[in-house]
Write a protein that binds this ligand. Structure first.
Ligand SMILES: *Cc1c(COP(=O)(O)O)cnc(C)c1O
Length: 397
């Protein structure tokens, strides 16, 4: 079968004329925006601000969840700070607040609240912990749009990414959204960093066509087989500099529009997965009510499922990929176990995060996933379940 449903990624939109009343949807409650080359740089800039707010601390520490994107570590290390990891609450990608309180030492300058595949962190809980201790709270909303820390001004700063596999894919770019009172610090941290104009000229338009074509089922099937492209692999990359970007409003506007037009497949998945959920599978964030969008479910980048065991996850991942469905284990391991990150942390003992990462299965939910695909995915998974059950019965008898 020469066809594969890509695991993630929305098509890059075509720039559109911008209405005169267009405002960034996150520019409320006095938040300001600075565009950067990518999301990692935006996060790194936010950490520079957190450090600048506490100049008397000589060895700054930044708190991150033990399971997450390796770019988090790159952004912290780039500012000369030490990443301190916190274990998760069971069956979630959210930090355990008890452990978080323990991890906050005298050198802590910031906590990074990382939204996971469309499910935001608990900004209210984390902001209470941070406010009490006068610690900077950064919402990394690279995987969640719109960000949730703005509505009640819970977050001091918020990070967006416009890269591949993110809610708004513009083939690169990032934004730091920050509270107005931080403006002098942002200016100071940026200094004379150059601005890079991201043009949407003829070359860009050509790249967009190729990029979008490669996401189709046959080309994706072929590209995935090319080993040196490392499609879908998680790799640690340093963040050597920060550069401002001038993004085209026509593209940004189109990206935001396109995001809200995309189908929300969560309900369909939930309905189809009902039986599996009775048998130990868990749909992540199905109880996640977006306070800021009552009654409105925004599209996600991927559906995140937790298997009843790591073996069940492995079997499902294998069977789905064989059937041409891009199901993944996402990062594949907790941060201290990722390639290139060994030795960055004092401890690698994060049992809850480790259990989470071993049971995580992501399923595609982009605009090219059809209802028939979802039906097929769940049918394959149910068949595995009944096969496992049958072999279990064999053993018993
Ligand atoms: C992708 C991602 C980033 C980095 O964004 P880039 O634009 O790829 O640099 C940061 N944090 C999280 C949680 C991400 O998923």
């Amino acid at each position: 079968m020469m066809s594969k449903v890509r695991p993630v990624g929305s098509r890059v939109p075509r720039p559109e004329p911008v209405p005169s009343n267009f405002r960034y949807p996150w520019a409320i409650n006095g938040y300001l925006t600075e565009f950067l080359e990518n999301g990692t740089q935006a996060l790194s800039l936010s950490i520079a601000i957190a450090i600048a707010k506490k100049r008397d601390i000589s060895a700054p520490e930044v708190i991150l969840p033990a399971y997450g994107c390796p770019d988090l570590v790159a952004a912290v290390v780039a500012q000369g700070a030490k990443p301190v990891l916190v274990d998760l609450l069971s069956n979630t990608a959210q930090m355990d607040d008890n452990r978080l309180c323990h991890a906050i030492g005298p050198g802590c300058v910031a906590v990074v609240a990382v939204g996971f595949l469309g499910v935001p962190e608990r900004l209210k809980v984390l902001s209470e912990i941070c406010r009490e201790r006068e610690i900077f709270l950064i919402e990394d909303s690279a995987q969640c749009f719109p960000p949730s820390g703005i509505t009640f001004s819970h977050a001091d700063a918020i990070v967006l990414s416009f890269g591949r596999g993110k809610p708004i894919n513009l083939m690169g770019g990032g934004a730091l959204i920050y509270q107005r009172k931080l403006q002098p610090l942002v200016k100071e941290a940026l200094g004379n960093t150059p601005s890079l104009a991201k043009s949407v000229g003829i070359l860009w338009r050509f790249k967009r066509l190729v990029f979008n074509w490669l996401m189709m089922r046959l080309p994706y099937w072929a590209v995935e087989k090319v080993p040196f492209l490392h499609i879908g692999q998680t790799r640690y990359q340093e963040c050597p500099y920060i550069r401002r970007a001038i993004l085209s409003d026509t593209l940004l506007f189109a990206g935001i529009q396109y995001f809200f037009q995309r189908p929300y497949l969560g309900d369909l998945y939930r309905k189809e997965l009902d039986e599996l959920c009775d048998n130990g599978w868990r749909l992540l964030g199905s109880d996640c009510k977006r306070m800021d969008h009552p009654g409105c479910s925004v599209p996600r980048v991927r559906i995140a499922l937790l298997a009843p065991s790591s073996t069940a996850r492995e079997h499902a991942e294998l069977a789905l990929n064989r059937a041409g469905i891009g199901a993944t284990n996402f990062y594949g391991a907790i941060l201290p176990e990722l390639e290139g990150l060994e030795g960055f942390f004092e401890s690698a003992h994060f049992p809850v995060a480790k259990d989470f990462s071993s049971r995580l299965l992501t399923l595609p939910c982009h605009e090219d996933v059809r209802p028939g695909d979802i039906h097929k995915i769940v049918k394959i998974m149910k068949k595995l379940y009944s096969d496992d059950w049958a072999s279990e019965a064999d053993r018993v008898s």
